[in-house]
Write a protein that binds this ligand. Sequence first.
Ligand code: NOJ
Length: 754
Amino acid sequence: MRFSPKWWRLPVALLFASCMCTAQKLSDPEVEQRVSDLLQKMTLDEKTGQLTQFAGNNPQTMEMIKQGKVGSLLGVLGADEANAAQRAAVEGSRLHIPLILGYDVIHGYRTVFPVPLASAGSFDPELIERAERMAAKESTASGVKWVFAPMVDIARDPRWGRIVEGAGEDPYLGSVIAAAKVRGFQGKDMSDPDSVVACAKHYVAYGAVEGGRDYNTVDISEQLLREVYLPPFHAAVDAGTGTLMSAFQDLNGVPASANHHTLTEVLRGEWRFNGFVVSDWSATHELIAHGAAANDAEASFRALTAGVDMDMVDGAYISSVPALVQSGKLPASVVDEAVRRILRIKFKAGLFEHPYADPQREKTDILTRENREVARKLAFESMVLLQNKNNLLPLNRKQTIAVIGPLADDQSSQLGPWAGNGEAADAITPLQAFRQKMGNDHVIYAKGVDIPSFESGLAAGVAAPAPASATGVKNTESETKPASIDDAVAAATKADVAVLFVGELAGMSGEASSRASLELPGDQMKLIDAVIATKKPVVLVLESGRPLNISWAPDRVSSIVQAWFLGVEAGNAIAHTLLGDASPSGHLALSWPRSVGQIPIYYNHKATGRPIAPDRWHTGYLDSPSTPLYPFGYGLSYTTFHYGSLKVDPRVSANGTLHVSAEIENTGKREGAEVVQLYMHDRVAPTSRPVRELKGFQRVTLQPGEHKTVEFTVKGNDLGSYDPGMHWIVPTGTYDVWVAPDSASGVQGAFEVE
Ligand code: NOJ
């Protein structure tokens, strides 16, 4: 269907009919031609409008849309709402340019999947891609055509609340997952009616904020930027992401949202990205607080010339860009280029052909059984078994189980901190699932304690008590009976085994949720001590958005499971796993610190001149081991695996391909899935190299006694690193290689790069 003013006057019903059929795809030259044609017709105000995004659709905004002064809205949800706003642009504005409607779909729209830090631990990019495909389908059914995801920030500091939104600490895993998510969101073509435009964020190095304090400063070397923080963004760009979001924080002295080096030299120059960049929320205006601009005009000038094309919510561009151009301070070509990038994505996303959402799809495509099944599968694969003394797990179904703890029946927290348009009532809690599977007689529940929210005590630095039910969810018994440790002790005493659900409320991680301590909030430790004192075997199930301090736990409880926040199917996934319907197969996407004092801690650290060793004159602490409590990549199963027969090509060239293989055997009595990991280490290079770097992984499922040769191929060029002049090189010499179940063990060999 061709774009012409007459077309827009067709009855709305007909437009809905058109939006379900896949539009004729425009070729790249056709897109460029259409963009140029349109650009020629635009006034300066209309151009600036395209660079402007506002939140919501109040009457004032609707008026501005009709005047062509808004290019995008965020947070307008529901097909009817979205179509009303879209109609103002498409039918009400002079040039009929559609809006692009965005929303944060971080781990699902209505079907909430495990939080990203958890799902990264599945090491299952295919399943993650499927989940994002479903999230795209649900989002578009609700009128959302653009998601502010994937969040691909590498994070090495669990004090930072936003560690929960990303894929953890490793640039290779983060890159594989970033690409999978972009593919999932955008599908075969971003113009398909059930595809959304992805937005890789927050560009860049937001995860390196000092002290884990959100929005804080980042000052890192160019080498660290290129080797650790940029790769997932590069992978997202290579996978075709339509947009990126510039970050809030300062980067090496220049705020990320005014950083010409990263936004233009690297992103456009080196990576050839031709989509658009949106600022984070008010990040243009915040350049004033950074001390990088005196007013909105200066801020807009800096952001736009650095490469931020669209301005999120603060109105800085719309209020100052026309005057900047008219006064000759800002070249009109800079504005034209930004508009061109935005229109290019609008055309590629098919918005001109099918701007409206089909309200029928809201009834059929959201929270479907199939979507829940994928949410459950991903939840199964994301849970990490950290310890299982005497094979206490899986539990014996004939026993009586005490289900204890403030998170056992908290629906809201199962969803996690950034649950899209999810509803707490959709979530299955562990208590509900245990009861459903075992019957009420075999399950005794006690909440034990409430978790105090930090919020009202923030300024004073004290935690103010507020029940978990303050999250707005009606839970079962916790509503009627105050939590009591005595009840928990009584429940454990009557039962054969106690399963403790402790951790953080969902709102304790995510944006603006940094913590100075990793201790369990409130009186949870008192509850744990009291339950352990009953001498019943204890399974500790942790629900949290970060690794908490559990250094005390390995000696005091039998089994430890990190369940993160697993989404709508959390309860089913947890109960079914603990009862043995599935064997855990998640692995940690980060290094688990023993204490806050060890942070930052990550497996791919440098050796130093005095590598970690058990004597004083080597890098480390007097009062703590240097190693983490659990290493990156770690995760147990109900069965065991043996690694052997490592084979590696003796030599490879920079242009060649290296083959590595190892034999993995299931040496236990149950079927199990293992995440087999490939690590490398370059012994001598111009810049000091990490002690290990992940270069590949595979999930394999093995029956008892079965063994399999797991093979990896790595391109010689991918073994390289940056030299001190920041050129990518592949140093010759000896490299170590491991095929391993985690970053601290495995079968080892060596090879030469020639
Ligand atoms: C601020 C957050 O930093 C960002 O991740 C999010 O996409 C925007 N707000 C829009 O909600």
